[in-house]
Write a protein that binds this ligand. Structure first.
Ligand code: G1P
Length: 295
């Protein structure tokens, strides 16, 4: 049974500057919920009980978000706003641990900080800027594969060739609903990409990964790369890949992807979807009639 999740949140969020100068990119909201909350809710649905956040500078807001907000809660109680109260006090009894990554030395280094927390158990890693449709349980599917194979499992998605250099890319053989991975490369250029199968920010790892991370030299962008450690781990154990269905993952880690995520979630939001659709229709019609020549 997998009970522990590691959420690396120490990244600098440079793609969203200046918004992320003093506040974490993981707190960027999709409508009214920050990205990091979607990640925690996804893990809870998969049976996770203990959460470790690998934090860095300017990440205090994440701790506050999952902590008790005494004054606010009293106010909401006194004014009878129980629905809102339930939205903010639902994480108070969960087990959250925070470890600070000393320097932003890469995802591999962040995962290494989790060693004392995970000890001898398998654990999940969630990168919160890959937002998975809350109705789709990719972690549960990955856990099923882990339970059968007792080996690491990573989430994959086929991406357009033009995007391979933004991801870790793998190659492997497809069997049933999973791949057996035979190679991994961090952010390859188009010519050296072994396929278009990209690593998406969900991993099930075993403590075997730590000894490779401990001895790893900096890789792509001068950072300690988890992908490089996984490639070395292949000598010791098979690694499986679970392919996420098309359209179920949103890339909220860059501006256009973030905007698309908000639109998709707004279209599904019972409270605002009908007004939002009307607004979009009007906007698009006006835009097209003002720019007739280009359409
Ligand atoms: C990280 C990993 C990369 C993976 C990606 C998924 O990169 O290093 O292998 O494909 O997450 O989102 P980052 O996006 O943090 O640069």
């Amino acid at each position: 049974m997998i009970k522990k999740a590691v959420l690396p949140v120490a990244g600098l969020g440079t793609r969203f500057l200046p918004a992320t100068k003093a506040s974490p990119k993981e707190m960027l909201p999709i409508i009214d919920k920050p990205l990091i909350q979607y990640a925690v809710e996804e893990a809870l649905k998969a049976g996770i009980e203990e959460f470790l956040f690998i934090t860095g500078k300017h990440k205090r807001a994440i701790e506050d978000h999952f902590d008790k907000a005494y004054e606010l809660e009293e106010r909401l109680k006194n004014s009878g706003k129980y629905e809102l109260l339930n939205k903010i006090n639902c994480f108070e009894n969960l087990n959250f641990v925070y470890i600070r990554q000393k320097e932003p030395k890469g995802l591999g280094d962040a995962i290494l900080c989790a060693k004392p927390f995970v000890r001898d158990e398998a654990f999940v890693v969630i990168l919160s800027d890959d937002l998975i449709d809350p109705e789709y349980s990719v972690l549960n599917e990955m856990i099923k594969i882990y339970e059968e194979k007792k080996a690491p499992v990573i989430a994959l998605e086929e991406v357009p060739i033009s995007e391979v250099s933004r991801y870790g890319i793998v190659s492997g053989k497809k069997l049933n609903n999973y791949y057996i991975i035979d190679d991994l490369v961090e952010k390859p250029d188009l010519a050296s990409a072994p396929s278009q199968l990209a690593i998406i920010g969900r991993y099930i790892l075993t403590p075997q990964i730590f000894k490779y991370l401990e001895n790893l030299s900096p890789g792509k962008s001068g950072e300690i790369q988890l992908t490089d450690a996984l490639k070395l781990l292949l000598k010791e154990t098979p690694i499986y890949g679970y392919v996420i269905e098309k359209g179920k993952r949103y890339d909220a880690g860059e501006k256009f992807g973030y905007l698309k995520t908000i639109v998709e979630f707004a279209l599904k939001d019972k409270e605002i979807s009908s007004d939002f659709i009307k607004f979009l229709q009007e906007k698009i019609q006006t835009f097209i009639s003002n720019n007739k020549k280009s359409f």
